[in-house]
Design a protein around this ligand. Structure first.
Ligand code: HEM
Length: 174
């Protein structure tokens, strides 16, 4: 994983288990496999943790970039779903969840942000609702329709308000 201003802060990032029934489906198959790497980890609650790498401010949103990759495979490779280098575009009360697929960054879900909670120098949103949008439906082979609920997501970023998260040196790239 690339070094970032947040490298020393393992508590920053987001934790998400994608969708419990999808994990059960993949894990229940003889050749089903769930692999993670590039900075992604599994929390004590069994959620995947994607570490915060960078924050970039725009007029209408703050774009948070995360490291890590989680890969689901089954059906002799016919099923291959990858959640890699995710991003969250943070706005007031709502956010978008985006992932890298090939060379593109696609919006796969909307995140419903509950009121933020202050925890020392960290701002967090606990168990946010996550709802699939069109590109997210493609990601899962069209099995789930847009509007399907995914697993809740917990986000932790440095305090000071989302708009004041320190910017990364790689600002402007990607
Ligand atoms: C050889 C090809 C495939 C076969 C035979 C197959 C078969 C099945 C079956 C039988 C179920 C129902 C499982 C249950 O209810 O317990 C299912 C669910 C599902 N399949 Fe596949 N599948 C195939 C390929 C794929 C591919 C390529 C994807 C793409 C990501 C996919 C994604 C899903 C998803 C998301 C579910 C719903 C899991 C849930 O939430 O319960 N499948 N599939």
């Amino acid at each position: 994983m690339e070094p970032s201003p947040f490298s020393e802060r393992a508590d920053l990032g987001f934790a998400w288990s994608v969708k419990d029934s999808f994990l059960q489906y993949v894990r229940g198959m003889r050749d089903g496999n769930v692999a993670w790497g590039a900075g992604a980890a599994v929390t004590s609650e069994g959620e995947f943790h994607f570490p915060l790498l960078a924050a970039r401010r725009f007029a209408d949103a703050t774009m948070l970039s995360f490291g890590g990759n989680v890969q689901f495979t089954a059906h002799h490779g016919l099923l291959s779903v990858s959640i890699g280098e995710p991003r969250i575009a943070l706005r007031d009360g709502e956010a978008d969840l985006l992932i890298h697929t090939g060379d593109a960054v696609k919006r796969i879900a909307v995140i419903d942000l509950p009121p933020r909670i202050q925890d020392g120098d960290v701002t967090m949103w606990l168990r946010c609702g996550v709802t699939l949008v069109d590109h997210g439906a493609e990601l899962f082979g069209g099995t789930y329709p847009a509007g399907e609920s995914l697993a809740p997501l917990t986000l932790r970023v440095p305090s000071g308000g989302a708009a004041e998260i320190p910017s990364a040196p790689r600002l402007g790239q990607n």
